[in-house]
Design a protein around this ligand. Structure first.
Ligand code: COI
Length: 351
């Protein structure tokens, strides 16, 4: 792989004790181009601007996808990329939905390993912090007709990050979105593609103005069933069961969601992937059976939900405090990520 190193690292300008999310970027990035029906050689170059044509079709019609995974500095000083295979599988599923050529696991992991190894000083050492890895692919044909592109660019950039929400692990406040929907069956909801995020911007702005952290999306047809939170999947701990909306094509198949399900099952908690209505959430919260609600996501990890607002009614969950199951899941997932707890599911890719 061709590697062009930066002449001047920017690492000294970074305050590794106070990191936000996605604000600073490491010294290098991966670029790999697709033309004539195949992916070319990946190369690593200094992080910086790229030149593209204004007629580049992904600007106009959104033929693009992305991923988000993390690398952790472990107790043994190895760097752990968490579940790269699972993220790679999801990336290719998104590619298929957007008519983008898939990337082989070998190309993906080699590029990732080389980049993280070269920028290993950028992996934060502080607990709770990590190196966020953002692979993405966009169509590059210069053409204004609506059609599948023949050329593409795959890139990986990385960013040392802290907590995604300003709340950290403190409970977030959610509101249902009134007239808006995020996705409907048959649409793009399960793909990690920018359009899904663009659709959430206006409702999220309105939610923020009302003092809420995020929008709690309901299904696009009946506006009755809970779906996800744009940046997280959702779980409800009701009685002795952990309930999460099923993967029916409208929500993102979260890798952290999958990790939560594995751990809960290991702990002999009954996990149900089934539809759950917002009315059921309110009812079980009122009669005391809803013990905890939390979101799961790569960026957000485990984020307790303390309050939900829907149809002018409000429900408070677990006295707006983090519950024992949310805390246990957070501790276990981050424990495995930082190499402090055994990796019994083979989730850690160490470099
Ligand atoms: C992630 O959790 O990795 C996401 O992609 C959510 C958000 C940062 C867009």
């Amino acid at each position: 792989m061709e590697i062009i190193k930066t002449r001047q690292s920017r690492i000294d300008q970074v305050d590794f004790e106070n990191l936000g999310f996605g604000e600073v970027f490491s010294d290098h990035m991966v670029i790999m181009d697709y033309r004539d029906g195949e992916w070319g050689e990946a190369r690593i170059v200094p992080y910086g601007t790229i030149e593209v044509f204004p007629a580049m079709c992904s600007f106009h019609y959104g033929q693009m996808i992305f991923e988000g995974l993390k690398a952790f500095y472990t107790r043994t000083e190895a760097i752990n990329i968490f579940r790269p295979q699972k993220y790679h599988e999801r990336m290719n599923r998104s590619c298929r939905r957007l008519c983008i050529p898939e990337v082989s696991y070998d190309l993906f992991i080699n590029a990732l390993r080389e980049l993280v190894t070269l920028d290993k000083e950028w992996v934060p050492k502080k607990k709770g912090y990590s190196l966020y890895i953002r692979p993405f692919i966009f169509a590059t044909d210069s053409f204004l007709g609506v059609k599948v592109s023949e050329t593409y660019r795959f890139m990986i950039i990385t960013s040392p990050v802290g907590a995604y929400y300003k709340e950290g692990i403190n409970p977030v406040k959610l509101i249902t979105p009134g007239e808006y929907i995020r996705a409907a069956k048959g649409g793009l909801g399960a793909a990690k593609t920018p359009a899904n995020y663009a659709a959430t911007l206006l409702p999220a702005e309105e939610a923020k103005k009302k003092g809420f952290t995020q929008v709690l999306w309901l299904d696009g047809i009946k506006r009755k069933y809970v779906e996800e939170v744009g940046t997280m999947n959702l779980f409800f701990f009701i009685g002795d069961k952990l309930i999460t909306p099923p993967l029916e094509g409208t929500i993102l198949p979260g890798v952290t969601r999958d990790s939560v399900i594995h751990l809960a099952k290991e702990w002999k908690i009954k996990v149900l992937e089934r539809r759950i209505s917002i009315d059921e959430v309110f009812k079980t919260a009122k009669d005391g059976r809803l013990k905890e609600a939390f979101g799961s996501g790569t960026a957000a990890v485990i984020s307790p939900v303390g309050e939900i607002y829907h149809n002018k009614k409000r429900v408070i969950i677990n006295k707006r405090k983090i519950g024992p199951l949310s805390q246990r899941l957070y501790d276990e997932i981050t424990g495995i990520q930082y190499g402090e707890r055994p990796d019994r599911f083979g989730w850690c890719y160490l470099i």
